[in-house]
Design a protein around this ligand. Structure first.
Ligand SMILES: CC(C)(COP(=O)(O)OP(=O)(O)OC[C@H]1O[C@@H](n2cnc3c(N)ncnc32)[C@H](O)[C@@H]1OP(=O)(O)O)[C@@H](O)C(=O)NCCC(=O)NCCS
Length: 168
């Protein structure tokens, strides 16, 4: 993984810095993300999210964080062969509510794709059936819905499978 930080300017002119998530930033990031209604619906708390992110970082998964004005504001967590033991799986993509719509999520996902380009043909992810904002976000970035898994995580929610070919 590159040590260099990727710096981009977001729509409000602030600098978005994207790099591997540091364990020292996990607690602040998890606390900022835990209020997201999506995470609450799936029973994710700041504590459980922080634990999962630390295990992911220490286990060598690709976990990227975005910072705005020095504060961690978003995360993208990728399991390298998590999609059918064949392609990369985007396990978590989340941006703190206060900065939604400023391009942070798009920058995170673009950097994920750049870093995966040599190692994975596709990136797959699941999005809840009700999460129309996420559907729009992924479609805008070139992802296509390729399937549905009924009641996969929560019994009353279908998970939509989205995929994007990363190479040729
Ligand atoms: C989904 C999420 C990661 C998007 O991050 P973001 O930083 O708000 O998105 P961006 O500002 O980078 O948007 C990128 C593109 O997606 C589009 N988009 C983002 N949110 C959208 C929405 N609610 N409705 C329609 N389009 C949307 C944007 O318009 C933008 O396209 P544009 O450049 O043409 O304007 C963020 O809203 C989030 O954390 N949501 C809650 C958690 C979640 O749903 N995670 C995904 C689970 S599968």
């Amino acid at each position: 993984m590159r040590a260099r930080e990727l710096n981009e300017t977001n729509r409000r002119g602030a600098t978005v810095a994207i790099d591997g998530l540091k364990v020292r930033d996990v607690d602040a990031l998890a606390a900022a993300l835990a209020p997201l209604p999506l995470l609450q619906k799936y029973g994710t708390t700041a504590t459980s999210l922080a634990g999962a992110l630390v295990r992911a970082v220490e286990g060598g998964d690709m976990v990227l964080s975005a910072r705005l004005a020095g504060e961690p504001v978003g995360v993208a967590w990728v399991v390298g062969d998590g999609a059918f033991a064949r392609a990369a799986y985007l396990r978590l993509m989340a941006v703190v509510p206060a900065v939604h719509g400023q391009g942070v999520g798009a920058e995170l996902l673009r950097e994920v794709e750049v870093r995966l380009a040599d190692s994975s043909s596709h990136l797959l992810l699941l999005a809840s059936d009700f999460n129309t904002a996420a559907h729009a976000f992924y479609r805008r970035l070139g992802y296509e819905q390729v399937g549905i898994i009924p009641g996969f995580v929560l019994p009353t929610v279908d998970e939509w499978i989205f995929a994007k070919r990363l190479v040729g």
